[in-house]
Design a protein around this ligand. Structure first.
Ligand code: NAD
Length: 452
């Protein structure tokens, strides 16, 4: 049976020396990581192509470039984030000052999925390093080339007691979960998120869970339909729909549905017309699951599949209801079911009945409708008049709520996620306010003046 006790102990011992807490050490580590990624850029492009048929454009824009940009942002701000900062002290604490010290947790475990196998492994690692932790990274077994290359990069760049990659599947992940970590950062599906949280609960380990779910996209009657069609086609069909925050399904106003669908088809043909540039479906099991959904409703466009190359053409399904199988769980593929609506309230009510989405998108020129949707539905994050784009801003913490996840990261959010805020009160010894002691005359009366 796999056992990672000695690796975790080695990392904890290294953490306790205190090296990883030094800000210059963290900065150097991030610079080394950046350089290593640059050195391996071409190899990662190839690995991502072998694993998922990602084009160089996609591999750079959504994985490598994304991560380099994140490192750059963190390096720019890290010194100021790491500084202990003073906060207010109330009158009742006269003579003292109050400080918050951001401190690393210790040894972090990062478990990553396959859909953006580079970005979703390295972006949390940046946070772990920035906050001063040691880390063990477990990439997905379903993208073996990228996993092996990550392991090589990390081995060549960092000592094992600082950062390590452990490759493997479910058993490896479970063997790691038997160890005592100080933080667990998981990205993946809702069912596995529950497994992770249960294992963490046994050891009271804090977690971030970046999960998934069905993310709605609403197009109202007054939306700019042409822009909506383009941005929805982009966000849905990039990476062949295997994006946690891709619009899962559409709600389109009945009066604009036909016109919108025509524009959507045009946008799909424009952007995703060349078959050999599709990201492939990650495995035959995933492919066959998706293929079943093509039997639901009516195929408006797309529908062609190729089991040999594991490709499914961007597909739009109409005549869909909530009883169709495609509407049961997160689709996670290039299939977009379309529902229609007349009143925005119906849409809000329907979505409120479902688990909290990871993302939500509304296309509308009407501010009141925009605000009604944003204020009445609880979801992780999202966009007004766009899809997916919110994930690329380092100023917007990214994460879910309810069943779509716990916690958030990116930019300062990543630093905060991997840091504990240690609150410290520094008291004066020059005087001693007497009321707090139980033996003072009229103590209760005096204390009631302050604590009311
Ligand atoms: P997954 O949950 O099957 O696997 C994720 C990781 O967990 C892998 O490393 C895998 O080896 C490990 N794992 C799988 N089963 C396990 C088990 N029983 N015990 C312990 N570890 C286990 O997810 P996936 O299929 O790789 O990714 C797709 C899912 O991830 C989708 O639901 C998607 O929405 C979600 N996702 C979320 C985000 C986000 O940022 N919120 C990003 C990408 C993907």
């Amino acid at each position: 049976m796999e056992n990672y006790q000695s690796l975790v102990e080695k990392q904890r011992a290294y953490f306790q020396i205190g090296k990883t807490k030094e800000v210059t050490y963290r900065i150097k580590a991030l610079e080394k990581l950046r350089q290593a990624i640059r050195n391996y850029e071409a190899e990662f492009m190839k690995a991502l192509n072998d694993d998922l048929n990602k084009t160089e454009f996609d591999a750079y824009a959504t994985e490598i470039g994304f991560v380099l940009h994140e490192i750059r942002f963190v390096l720019k701000h890290l010194r100021s984030w790491t500084k202990p900062h003073k906060v207010k002290t109330p009158m009742t604490h006269l003579g003292s000052t109050s400080m918050i010290y951001p401190e690393p947790y210790g040894v972090a475990l990062i478990v990553a999925p396959w859909n953006y196998p580079f970005q979703l492994a390295v972006a949390p690692l940046i946070g772990a390093i920035a906050a001063g932790n040691c880390a063990i990274l477990k990439p997905s077994e379903l993208t073996p080339k990228t996993s092996a290359l990550l392991a090589r990069l990390v081995k060549e760049t960092f000592s094992e007691e600082y950062i390590s990659v452990v490759e493997g599947g479910i058993e490896t992940s479970q063997a790691l979960l038997r160890e005592q970590f100080d933080y667990i950062f998981f990205t993946g599906s809702v069912p596995v998120g529950k497994v992770i949280m249960e294992a963490a609960a046994k050891k009271l380990t804090p977690v971030t869970l970046e999960l998934g779910g069905k993310s709605p996209c609403i197009v109202t009657e007054d939306a700019n339909l042409k822009i909506a069609a383009k941005r929805i086609a982009w966000g849905k069909f990039m990476n062949s729909g295997q994006t946690c925050i891709a619009p899962d399904y559409l709600y389109v106003h009945i009066n604009v549905k036909e016109r919108f669908l025509t524009l959507l088809k045009e946008a799909i043909d424009d952007m995703f017309g060349q078959e050999n540039t599709f990201t492939k479906i990650v495995s035959e099991r995933h492919f066959l699951r998706l293929k079943e959904f093509l039997l639901d409703g009516t195929i408006y466009t797309g529908g062609e599949t190729n089991q040999q190359s594991l490709m499914i053409k961007p597909t739009v399904l109409t005549n869909i209801t909530w009883d169709d199988r495609v509407m049961e769980d997160e689709i996670f593929g290039p299939i977009l079911p379309v529902l229609e609506f007349e009143e925005i309230e119906e849409v809000i009510r329907q979505i409120q009945q479902k688990p909290n989405p990871l993302a939500l998108y509304i296309f509308s020129e009407n501010q009141e409708k925009q605000q009604r949707v944003i204020n009445n539905i609880s979801f992780g994050g999202g966009c007004i008049n766009d899809t997916v784009y919110h994930i690329t801003s380092p100023y917007l913490p990214f994460g879910g709520v309810g069943s779509s996840g716990i916690g958030a990261y990116h930019g300062k959010g990543s630093f905060d996620t991997f840091s504990h805020e240690k609150s410290v009160l520094k008291q004066t010894t020059k005087f001693d306010i007497p009321f707090r002691y139980p033996n003072v005359k009229d103590g209760l009366k005096k204390i009631k003046m302050f604590l009311k």
